[in-house]
Each structure stands twice: as C-alpha cells, then as structure tokens.
Design a protein around this ligand. Structure first.
Ligand code: A2P
Length: 278
C-alpha cells in the first residue's frame, strides 16, 4: 500500500503515482490500465500531453471507485493568450470532459509563464473552482520562489503542491526548503531523470546492489524518504510494477549522504524563468 501525504488544505495524495508525460493517447489507455491493475491510485496527466481521453477511458474501464482515485491534470496556459477567469474555466471544463470525470482531485497551472504575469488571474480562477467543489485541491507546476511568493502575497491562497523537476542530480534544495517553510508539498516530475544516464550512476549501482534493488527503485526511495511525492512514468509493465515496489526497504544515512553528493544541478527540462510555452 502506498502511504498518503496530507496537503495544506487537509486533503491527501498518495505519495507515489503514475505519470503519463510523453505517452501517446492510445498507449495511455494501456499504460494507465496496467498501472491501476497493479495498484497505483494516483494518475498525473495534463491537457498538453494529449492523452486525457485514453487516460479517462482507462479510469472508467478499471472499475476502481472514483473516491479511491486521485486524478491530476494541468492547465496549458500558453498559446499566446492572456488568461481570464472565463478562459481558465473553459479549459478546466474541456479537460474534465476529455477525462470523463465530474471533478478533479488536483488542478495545476502547468508553467508560471513568468514574463506574462497573468498567473495571478489564473490562480484566483483556480481558487473559485476549488470553492465550488469542482476540484478538491489546487496547485502549480514549475513555479520558482519569486512567483510562489507573489501568488501567496497577492491572494493569500497557498498552493497545495508545486510540481517541479527533481532527481538526485537536480535536487532543488532551495526551492524545496521554500516549500517546506510555506507548507507546500514538493511533487517531483521526471523523478528518474527521464530514465537516462542517472540510472547508470556507479554510486547508485552500489546502493542498488546492497539492497538487491534496481537503481530506479533506489532513486524513488530517495524521493520518498526526503518527503517528495513522485510520479514515475513507464510504458513497460515490469517497470510499472517495479516502480511501486518501493515500500518494503529503506535507505540508510550513508545511502542518503551518497545520493546527496550527486546533485550537480543537471536540469533536463526548460528553465521556468525563460520558458514562455510558445
Ligand atoms: P519506459 O517508459 O520505456 O519504460 P521519468 O519518470 O523520470 O521521466 O522517467 C521515465 C523514463 O524512465 C522512461 O523512459 C521510462 O522508460 C524509464 N523508466 C521508468 N521506470 C524505469 C525503471 N524502473 N527502470 C529503468 N527505466 C525506467
């Protein structure tokens, strides 16, 4: 069983979920179906991923009760538009329709798009959707401390979650400390470093051998033990299973210290201060 983390609004989220970034719509049906049958209960998608329809069909066909699930999607607040309460609501409704759901567990602003500064208006619209019960929790993604401070100062509504890029070689200590100070849960995207060179790191390989686990499992365990919520992505059934089998072993202080030494600031995705989402 996956433990829950309590959010600052009193709701809970499973500490480990299933991410479907870069999974095409038809494959998302198969992947989410596997994940739900293996025991995942939290699914993370986004409007821009183009797979809300396949994800929603998998949820409907799974037979898992809605109240046992935690479904996240994200507003794609790009496309050259200046966002208003109405346009946010239009996108929210469209996502729910594609997913075939009548409420969401978590809705995130996908990127701050900091240069436009309309994330304040978006955030006020999110707070209204939450007040109406259409979404249980609201948060942001890829926000930096400057934008988090601004929305907290200007609206007094603290995001439940900031979903950001985190993996051992990009550990984001300052941003995570800011989250801890403000009661914001850190949710890690690309928790496995996108399955790249990180998983071949010799220090991780030594720790993996010591625990008779894979390096991916060691990395996920590191996230869990430092308090992150994680949403690893895989379309490979044995990996989907392996990635949830991380609640029956524990890294010790030496392991954690060795992994802390891997942080070289290796960002893989866009820099949120510059990214305007096209
Ligand atoms: P695949 O989907 O082909 O199984 P992240 O969540 O950090 O973005 O990482 C996702 C990438 O890591 C995908 O390419 C995925 O490959 C790969 N991956 C997921 N789980 C594992 C695992 N347990 N071992 C190795 N690679 C994995």
């Amino acid at each position: 069983p996956v433990p829950n983390v309590t959010l600052n609004d009193g709701n809970t989220i499973p500490q480990l979920g299933f991410g479907v970034w870069q999974v095409p719509d038809d494959e998302s049906y198969t992947a989410v179906t596997s994940a739900l049958s293996i025991g995942y209960r939290s699914i993370d998608t986004a409007a821009i991923y183009g797979n809300e329809v396949g994800t929603g069909r998998a949820i409907a066909d799974s037979g898992v009760a809605r109240d046992e699930l935690f479904i996240t999607t994200k507003l794609w607040n790009g496309a050259g538009e200046t966002w208003t309460a109405d346009s946010v609501r239009r996108e929210f409704d469209a996502s729910l329709e594609r997913l075939g759901l009548d409420y969401l567990d978590l809705y995130l602003i996908h990127w701050p798009r900091a240069v436009r500064e309309d994330y304040i208006a978006i955030w006020r619209a999110f707070a209204e959707l939450k007040a109406e019960g259409r979404v249980r929790s609201i948060g942001v993604s890829n926000f930096q401390t400057a934008q988090l401070s601004r929305i907290i100062d200007e609206t007094s509504v603290v995001p439940a979650i900031n979903q950001i890029e985190v993996h051992p070689d990009f550990a984001q200590p300052e941003l995570r400390a800011f989250h801890a100070d403000h009661g914001i849960v850190t949710e890690a995207w690309s928790p496995l470093g996108q399955g790249g060179a990180l998983l071949d790191d010799p220090a991780l390989a030594r720790i993996a051998e010591k625990h008779q686990r894979s390096t991916a499992q060691v990395v996920l365990r590191w996230h869990l033990q430092i308090g992150n919520v994680v949403i690893p992505k895989s379309v490979t059934p044995y990996r989907i299973r392996q990635n949830i089998e991380v609640f029956d072993f524990e890294l010790d202080a030496d392991d954690l210290a060795a992994i802390a030494g891997l942080d070289v600031g290796n960002r893989l995705g866009p820099d949120p201060d510059e990214f305007d989402m096209g």
